[in-house]
Design a protein around this ligand. Sequence first.
Ligand code: ADP
Length: 380
Amino acid sequence: MTEIIARPESVAVRVQDALKRYGSNKQAALDNVTMEIEAGELLAILGPSGSGKTTLLNVLAGLESVASGHVLFGDEDVTELAPEQRGIGVVFQSSMLYPHLTLLESIGFAPKLAKVPKDEVNRRIMEVTSWLNIQHLLKRRPSEVSGGERQRAAIAKALVTRPRLLLMDEPFSAVDAQLRRQLRTELVKLHRTIGTTTVFVTHDQEEAMSIADRVAVMSNGKLVQIGTPMELYRTPVSSWLADFVSTQPLNLFDAHVDAAGRIVLLANSLTIEGSAGHPEGTKLTVGVRPEHVALRPVVGDGGRSGVTWRVLTQEMLGSVVKYVVSDGRGNEVTALTTADDVIVPDMTVSLSIQLDRCMLFDATTQLAMRTPVAGGTYVS
Ligand code: ADP
């Protein structure tokens, strides 16, 4: 974030206690959402379908009103302003280009309408289209360019008005996976160049975590957590969030604190020293990411604890391999390791968990608890 030099027109945004309910829906689409977006940052709004992401974006755009609460751009209260009065650019999933106009005419449409002098319009079009690498396509109509090029033109159309805030709703979800990755990288580069405060909605955690400066996670109309991708990954507020921001499903184990103050899990086959003062009998859930579990082949009677694990499945994911192992007593653990051909199904393995990466959650609320361990690796 520090590399971004915000242009004067970039604006900080504040949403205060925004409440939005559609008709008689019991569940509010926005349930008293409060958040701050820093000037010049690239913020992703991430959440499952129906969590309120589009509603929040539309409230920022002025396309939806709130029942109560406020939206501020800098010090200006824009809650009652129409979209065209807000100084925003909007990009939707499918581009809003005019089918009968060339890209040049579509991109220049809004500034011309706003009576920006012709020379200035042309200068801006050249600027934004060179950022987006579409200068050579300006004479074509939307039907004569690819899906990715259409989305680039849609972004150019949004930027040519010099918005103080750029809003994007699932801008890359209509293009194929490979092109989507390319467009994501281009968006990051573009954002570094122009520094316009940008908010984009996505349901794809990988997309959000890989390109955003910060990610705001929504669920049931509520803002669950907002932070850098690393903060969400390292210190999630709940087991749901920890799992939701993971590429691979999180291992979640029932656990309790024993008389010696240790956290015991996996039917006594794993003990974590030091429970950070949680009393004996405290029930909790321990979250372990598959990438923090390592496997090693063993011969004989297993590891230090005497527990042996058997490889059930092996799934090749490119540079990494996913394994599911079982202790034969009903416990299964998912591990992610770099690809090699040493470990194969049916093999007996020992299991190492990076203890400093274990996450503790209250067994009832599933909210994060203090983490007990300073470091070390458990080996079974
Ligand atoms: P998301 O973008 O995360 O999928 P939305 O913001 O579109 O979620 O929707 C949030 C909630 O509001 C959902 O329960 C959805 O069904 C409801 N909703 C959205 N738009 C409307 C609408 N126009 N009329 C009634 N309910 C709506």
